[in-house]
Design a protein around this ligand. Structure first.
Ligand code: NAP
Ligand code: GDD
Length: 323
């Protein structure tokens, strides 16, 4: 039997690039769908670019997704492509719905038509829980999304369940809580902090301006989470799994740890807040339980909060010291 083939949307992003590396390490043939941009955006893939195949496609365009699935013939499809920044989803709600919500349906349709026995992974999100009333959140927690992004992810979640039930497709949701890394986009709070602290430590800036410092998140390390994605498609049956560390921390705690990792003690003099970084509706508190993934998939996150903050700050310090 030849190598198994995986097709990844969102391969240029944080998770897509780590997942591609993870699957190459397991001997997969790896292909990714990339959209046409005026300047290429392949920096996360530079170490593996000659070992993967890239095909043109956009989650907004059905024909391109169908053609990509037909030409690659995948055994596993990972739908990680999305407009993934919650703040932008308030400014571009319809675009977010098109890409993050309907885009999932389009890809499911392409798989149903051209690779119906392929296993399908949907990058669902703890943002579907949103305004939570119980803690920790599990696969049974009701959904109450608080942003156009969260609403789109609820649609995509149910589309995935529906294709499983209606067409017996192997379609699985990974309901992942926040996961970060040195490849995280600079607009997300963890990377904004690690980059901002590294700028301050290297004399390139003298302040870090944030929004709600009291928001709590369950932050893990992205490479741990791509392993959950893969494991969820190796299981005997399709299902839905929470991926989380079970620990939550405030944005303020992240800031404090990040300055400590850079050896800066009098950090509060650099920290400012600005209401323009607040959201029209906030998700105040997320903390997940990954007991089901542990029981059924043998998955557990390895990297804890303090280590995550340290490795992100060190990576940004190294980058800023280099130039
Ligand atoms: P990311 O770094 O923002 O990557 C998003 C990817 O989607 C990029 O490769 C981007 O391509 C692609 N994309 C955007 N619009 C597209 C379109 N119209 N057609 C095709 N591809 C498109 O996100 P991430 O952090 O890796 O997250 C991966 C997935 O997991 C996303 O679906 C996200 O919503 C979800 N998720 C993330 C987390 C987290 O904490 N990271 C938690 C739960 C769920 P370009 O390079 O061309 O922009
Ligand atoms: N981005 C950002 N910038 N967030 C800030 C800031 C700031 O200056 N100041 C405070 N925050 C708060 C936000 O209000 C939010 O409560 C929290 O920090 C985390 O924000 P983000 O890092 O932007 O991530 P997110 O939790 O909204 O969304 C991420 O995680 C989801 C999973 O729960 C994204 O990766 C989503 O794609 C993902 O689904």
């Amino acid at each position: 039997m030849g190598a198994r083939t995986a097709l990844i949307t969102g391969i240029t992003g944080q998770d897509g690039s780590y997942l591609a590396e993870h699957l190459l390490g397991k001997g997969y043939r790896v292909a990714g769908i990339v959209r046409r941009l005026s300047s290429p955006n392949l920096s996360n893939l530079k170490a593996i670019q000659d070992r993967i195949e890239l095909v043109d496609g956009d989650l907004i365009d059905q024909a391109s997704l169908s053609q990509a699935v037909r030409s690659i013939g995948p055994d596993e499809v990972y739908n990680l492509g999305a407009q993934s920044f919650v703040a932008t989803s308030f400014l571009q709600p319809a675009l977010t719905g098109e890409i993050t919500g309907l885009g999932t349906l389009r890809l499911l349709e392409a798989v149903r038509a051209h690779a119906p026995s392929a296993r399908f992974y949907q990058a669902s999100s703890s943002e579907i829980f949103g305004h939570v009333e119980t803690e920790p959140q599990t696969e049974q927690t009701p959904f109450h999304p608080r942003s156009p992004y969260g609403v789109a992810k609820v649609y995509a979640y149910w589309a995935t369940v529906n294709y499983r039930e209606a067409y017996s497709m192997f379609a699985t949701n990974g309901i992942l809580f926040n996961h970060e890394s040195p490849r995280r986009g600079l607009e997300f709070v963890t990377r904004k902090i690690s980059d901002g602290v590294a700028r301050i430590a290297t004399g390139k800036s003298n302040c870090l301006t944030l929004g709600n410092l009291d928001a709590r998140r369950d932050w893990g390390f992205a490479p741990d989470y791509v392993d959950l994605m893969w494991r969820s498609l190796q299981h005997g049956t399709p299902d839905d799994y929470v991926g989380a560390t079970g620990e939550s921390h405030t944005v303020r705690e992240f800031v404090e740890q990040a300055f400590a990792a850079a050896g800066i003690r009098d950090w509060d003099r650099y920290l400012k807040t600005d209401a323009r970084f607040n959201r029209p509706a906030e998700v105040f508190n997320l903390r997940g339980s990954a007991d089901k993934a542990k029981r059924q998939l043998g998955w557990e996150p390895k990297t804890r909060f303090q280590e995550l903050v340290r490795l992100m700050v060190e990576a940004d310090l190294e980058r800023h010291r280099a130039g």
